[in-house]
Ligand binder design. Structure first.
Ligand code: HEC
Length: 203
């Protein structure tokens, strides 16, 4: 009980002192966000697999004329304090970070793989996750990225197996931001493909 009262008092104190409580909370939980350098580059997030997992679109080669730009699973994660803010407000906090890790379809011996790249496993025939194959990040920060539409900047740490690049510079808006602006359901984020975020959005 004593502990509870203390926590409540602390939370209240923080809330009054820092309107950005939702963002500082992540560090209190010990889950790291991506950090930035003076030249505007970002350091690859290290804890993104401990963020909140929101969904996995898949665009296999077999369904894209043999050549999908990203034939892998796209595992998407949101940094926990941004998730908490979304749950409460149904909007993206300043400082929101989402990571997308690409994962190859599970590979097996040639004679064990179907023409469409699927494999038969104990649960049935389908696509199963194999090896990691790339990492991307998007950050909403209207101060740091004042020139980007919506304040959203987009980064890639490589479309290859780990280790990924340690830092990245933001892409020009036409390369990434423009498609997100035009087609994403919720302020540049593709929530139409993320059931976890749809379920968390306040009604
Ligand atoms: C032609 C449209 C298009 C372009 C261009 C594009 N994206 Fe995306 N992006 C998507 C779609 C659709 C999703 C939803 C998940 C998926 O299918 O991968 C997505 C999801 C993401 C996510 C996960 C969070 C979110 O916003 O939903 C990140 C991170 C991301 N893209 C980074 C990038 C980067 C970096 C670039 C530029 C190199 C880029 N995107 C260019 C369509 C696009």
């Amino acid at each position: 009980m004593r502990h509870l009262i203390f926590s409540a008092a602390l939370a209240l104190g923080l809330a009054v002192g820092h309107p950005d409580l939702s963002i500082t909370a992540a560090n209190a939980q010990g889950v790291n966000q991506a950090t930035f350098n003076n030249d505007g580059s970002v350091n690859a997030p290290t804890d993104y697999r401990s963020w909140i997992y929101v969904g996995t679109p898949l665009t296999p080669n077999a369904l894209n004329g043999g050549k999908a730009p990203f034939p892998e699973f796209h595992n998407v994660y949101i940094e926990p304090s941004a998730y908490a803010y979304w749950q409460k407000n149904g909007k993206w906090a300043e400082g929101t970070q989402l990571a997308k890790e690409l994962v190859l379809i599970r590979q097996k011996g040639k004679d064990e793989m179907n023409k469409d790249g699927s494999t038969g496993e104990v649960s049935g025939v389908g696509y199963f996750q194999g090896e990691f194959a790339g990492l991307e990040l998007t950050v909403k920060d209207n101060k740091r990225f004042a020139k980007e539409p919506g304040g959203w900047a987009y980064f890639s740490f490589g479309h290859n197996k780990p280790p990924y690049a340690k830092t990245a510079k933001a892409f020009p808006a036409k390369d990434c931001n423009a498609c997100h602006a035009a087609a994403a359901a919720d302020d540049f984020v593709f929530t139409q493909f993320y059931p976890v975020l749809r379920a968390a959005k306040p009604k």
